[in-house]
Design a protein around this ligand. Sequence first.
Ligand SMILES: CC(C)(COP(=O)(O)OP(=O)(O)OC[C@H]1O[C@@H](n2cnc3c(N)ncnc32)[C@H](O)[C@@H]1OP(=O)(O)O)[C@@H](O)C(=O)NCCC(=O)NCCS
Length: 150
Amino acid sequence: MTLRPLGPDDLDLLVALDAATNPHPWSAKLWADALVRDHGIGAIDDDGVLAGFAISSRVLDEAELQLIAVSPAKQRQGLGRLLLKALLAELRQTGTTQLFLEVRAGNTAAQALYAGCGGEVSGRRKGYYPAPNGREDALLYTFTLNGAAQ
Ligand SMILES: CC(C)(COP(=O)(O)OP(=O)(O)OC[C@H]1O[C@@H](n2cnc3c(N)ncnc32)[C@H](O)[C@@H]1OP(=O)(O)O)[C@@H](O)C(=O)NCCC(=O)NCCS
């Protein structure tokens, strides 16, 4: 498995992997904009297939994780942790002090990943996400980086 930056040429791969992992996938237009504006890390397996990604944006010394996902066939093999730790290391190197993200209250798999990588719950947004039976809360997670190596 290798990690590499993602760019506009990866659009089709990302749209496909997002559709396979996200109950509310982004449109191709949103992805095209993100690949120009934001920072993407892709995990490429030994067959050259995109197995996972993390997309983040940065403003001054703060960053936000927009989306992280691993192909269903590759989940629970440490790839999500690899991607998130790689992003955190990059952010530390660039002097970023905090990473924020929002996650569905019911997404316990992602929450376990975030907690295991040092994220802490820092808030809750009531009814933030659309859900099949109404709305679902978002939990806010904060990673404090302080620019220090870990
Ligand atoms: C969340 C996600 C990225 C995790 O990726 P992954 O490669 O399966 O995660 P890892 O194998 O690196 O697991 C790291 C830790 O996360 C937690 N975790 C991951 N999947 C889990 C699950 N299904 N149930 C409970 N804990 C889970 C565990 O603590 C795990 O550590 P462990 O294996 O030592 O117990 C993956 O489940 C996914 O793509 N989900 C769909 C997209 C999504 O919900 N993204 C997050 C919101 S943007």
